[in-house]
Design a protein around this ligand. Structure first.
Ligand SMILES: *[C@@H]1O[C@H](CO)[C@@H](O)[C@H](O)[C@H]1NC(C)=O
Ligand SMILES: *[C@@H]1O[C@H](CO)[C@@H](O)[C@H](O)[C@H]1NC(C)=O
Ligand SMILES: *[C@@H]1O[C@H](CO)[C@@H](O)[C@H](O)[C@H]1NC(C)=O
Ligand SMILES: *[C@@H]1O[C@H](CO)[C@@H](O)[C@H](O)[C@H]1NC(C)=O
Ligand SMILES: CC(=O)N[C@H]1CO[C@H](CO)[C@@H](O)[C@@H]1O
Length: 411
């Protein structure tokens, strides 16, 4: 008996030690980044500047139209944003931002910020009970080759409403009503606008985070959690969670759901592959799309910090916005004007010219840190976008009251 008890005790202690070693320790130090020192941005060859304008706040996601240099930003307001963040289970409907909108910034102009910034008017979109509002998160755009039109997909975290009476339902029990909205952009008319075409509402679109076009009328998106609400979410970080969904013109289905931990800002690479980053582990999983529109994992690689969102530049290189101190980002979600968390940006280049043997040894992806900051210059960046032509990086953050642009020095 004695013996068995002590065996049990030993096993429990060993289990806790193992958990500490592999789960809690990596959670505390690698993922949440307690005690991680960040490098001063002055150590990097970059010159950064804040772009501050009323409305250019909480711009979580952006997309660059390479030919024109027009940068499309999905912005919100930093003061109200923390009330309504379904991905962090912040569900205060009455405090939610009511003025989310898409900004268009002319990045090739030297004029003052005001005169190169426009806001898209929303047309033919009823919103919730006719209020016309959006609650933006991830976006993606594509240029339709036939019409030359830009098509915008936007994740929209609607407050839940009773479908028949329109009465407000409690998001704490049923979660946000997250949908994906398709708009067409009209820039030519002098009054730039985005016209609503379609709402994708489907049970597969559950906790959407980012969306990526994969073809005409087809896109993938990440669900970042196991469910909208409920107890399982508390274990997501240990048990894993999330999925990638695929939608085409007629329906949506789960395309992959094994082994994710908070899959976040995914992208469609220039190589046709789908890159899905984890905002907890910093792992990027790489997938191809099968003819049946499912995902098949073909590779993976590690970035040292938890990753938020990826973006692809003209050359096909991928840029990752990361958090050296995730715990501070979570704090900035409570108080965006006071807490400005650290951020770091990595450039990821796919190795194509080396031999297969070398790739097996070194990996197919080169991961290079190109800037890091303790939070004094960069916004708590959730998105970093590289403009290869201008040699600049644009950074935006979910809660940040400004956007930052950095000129990359020549080295
Ligand atoms: C970073 O470097 C700048 C310029 O060298 C300096 O003024 C600033 O105090 C440094 N910040 C920190 C946190 O060390
Ligand atoms: C929700 O937001 C409203 C409006 O900003 C605020 O007055 C209220 O205190 C918030 N409620 C909670 C529970 O935080
Ligand atoms: C607005 O939307 C309605 C239905 O959603 C559609 O019938 C109508 O043609 C649209 N109007 C314009 C100007 O696109
Ligand atoms: C969610 O939004 C869709 C699209 O507007 C709507 O049809 C549906 O009734 C909404 N559901 C809830 C629970 O709000
Ligand atoms: C647009 C987008 O995907 N944003 C995500 C970037 O990462 C943050 C932090 O994890 C998420 O909250 C956003 O959803």
């Amino acid at each position: 008996m004695q013996n068995r008890l002590s065996t049990v005790a030993i096993v429990i202690v060993a289990l806790i030690a193992v958990l500490y070693q592999f789960v809690f320790k990596s959670l505390l130090f690698d993922s949440l980044g307690y005690g991680r020192r960040t490098t001063n941005i002055s150590a990097f060859n970059v010159k950064c500047q804040k772009l501050q304008d009323p409305g250019l706040e909480a711009c979580e996601d952006m997309w660059l139209h390479e030919p024109s240099g027009l940068l499309y930003l999905a912005c919100s307001d930093s003061q109200h944003r923390p009330s309504w963040v379904p991905s962090l289970v912040h569900f205060n409907v009455s405090g939610r931002p009511m003025s989310d909108h898409i900004a268009v910034l002319d990045t090739r102009s030297d004029k003052p910020l005001k005169s190169r910034l426009q806001w898209l008017r929303v047309e033919n979109f009823s919103g919730n009970n006719g209020d016309g509002t959006l609650n933006l998160h991830g976006i993606d755009l594509r240029e339709d080759t036939a019409s030359g039109r830009l098509q915008l997909l936007a994740i929209n975290h609607r407050p839940p409403l009773d479908p028949t009476t329109g009465a407000e339902l409690d998001p704490k029990s049923i979660g946000a009503n997250s949908t994906i909205e398709l708009f067409e952009i009209e820039m030519d008319s002098g009054k730039p606008a985005m016209k609503h075409i379609k709402t994708y509402a489907d049970k597969v679109i559950d906790t959407p985070n980012r969306v990526a076009w994969v073809g005409e009328d087809a896109f993938v998106f990440s669900n970042d959690a196991s469910s909208k609400t409920g107890i399982r979410r508390a274990f997501d970080v240990f048990l894993g969670c999330g999925s990638v969904g695929y939608c085409n013109d007629h329906d949506c289905h789960k395309a992959y759901e094994k082994g994710f931990i908070f899959p976040n800002g995914l992208v469609h690479g220039r190589d046709g592959l789908i890159y899905v980053p984890s905002s907890v582990t910093g792992e990027v999983q790489v997938f191809s799309i099968t003819p049946k529109q499912h995902l098949k994992q073909v590779d993976s690689f590690q970035v040292p910090y938890p990753i938020d969102n990826l973006s692809v530049d003209r050359n096909g290189d991928i840029y990752a916005a990361t958090f050296p101190n995730l715990h501070k980002l979570l704090k900035s979600a409570e108080d965006p004007f006071k807490v400005n968390p650290a951020s770091a940006v990595f450039k990821i280049r796919k190795v194509t010219e080396t031999s297969e043997a070398e790739i097996r040894r070194e990996g197919r992806y080169l991961v290079e840190k190109i800037m890091e900051d303790d939070g004094s210059v960069l916004p708590g960046s959730t998105t970093a976008l590289h403009d290869a032509e201008g040699g600049r990086i644009y950074l935006g953050g979910t809660f940040s009251p400004f956007v930052t642009v950095c000129e990359l020095g020549q080295d």
